[in-house]
Design a protein around this ligand. Structure first.
Ligand code: COA
Length: 186
């Protein structure tokens, strides 16, 4: 596992040129049940979708994430970090970028599905205020595993913002440059 400083990680919008590398991380993270290249090509040209990459200063792809903005809801469709870079706060940095863009677009609630057994992901979402509000039975067809359906409260509410800003401050101390901090604005 590599140790990388957040000041050496840049979060950008995903482009078509990134997709080859994204699919390689997909395969590593999800085995044979990964999204295909063509799904990502569709996603980067979907006007409702926002896709991001996390890269090192030398341009190595370390992770990616995506969201759909539909009315006042943001649905996180995918997030993964390359194995070599796990536990370097890159997953968090991607979640923060997602949240920042939700503030900009007036998206109030974030939601996602996650395997009940996926503790790293569940803990990451919980850290950012997601709570499990139900399950989808047998949602994952490969092993019939249930999905937790997780939601944030309204991200414009002070309760959410306070926790979010606390997390951001720690990431900034670790070197993250988020550019804007929309939550800080009223
Ligand atoms: C989930 C995932 C994106 C997290 O990425 P990451 O960059 O390693 O996570 P971070 O370093 O940003 O960790 C942020 C928080 O997530 C939680 N977390 C991350 N990995 C964890 C682990 N292995 N065990 C427990 N908690 C974990 C912790 O709360 C952590 O905060 P802390 O460092 O203060 O304890 C990564 O494990 C991954 O790519 N998994 C495979 C793909 C996947 O399952 N995606 C989710 C699909 S719904």
């Amino acid at each position: 596992m590599s140790i990388v400083k957040l000041s050496e990680i840049k979060i950008s919008e995903m482009t078509r040129e990134d997709i080859e590398g994204v699919v390689a991380i997909e395969e590593e993270a999800y085995g044979k049940h990964h999204w295909t290249k063509s799904s990502f090509y569709d996603e980067v040209s979907n006007s409702l979708a926002r896709y991001y990459t996390a890269k090192t200063l030398s341009g190595e792809l370390a992770g990616y994430a995506g969201t759909w903005h539909i009315m006042d809801e943001g649905h996180i469709t995918t997030i993964a970090v390359k194995k070599d870079f796990l536990r370097n706060h890159i997953g968090e940095a991607l979640i923060c970028r997602i949240i920042e863009d939700c503030y900009k677009d007036g998206v109030k609630y974030l939601t996602l599905e996650v395997r009940v057994s996926n503790i790293p992901a569940v803990r990451l979402y919980e850290k950012y205020g997601f709570k499990s509000l139900g399950t989808r039975k047998g949602y994952y067809q490969d092993n019939n595993e249930d999905a937790l359906i997780m939601w944030t409260e309204n991200i414009f509410y002070d309760k959410f913002k306070t926790k979010y800003m606390e997390n951001i401050k720690k990431l900034e101390i670790a070197g993250l440059n988020l550019i804007s901090k929309s939550a800080g604005k009223s």
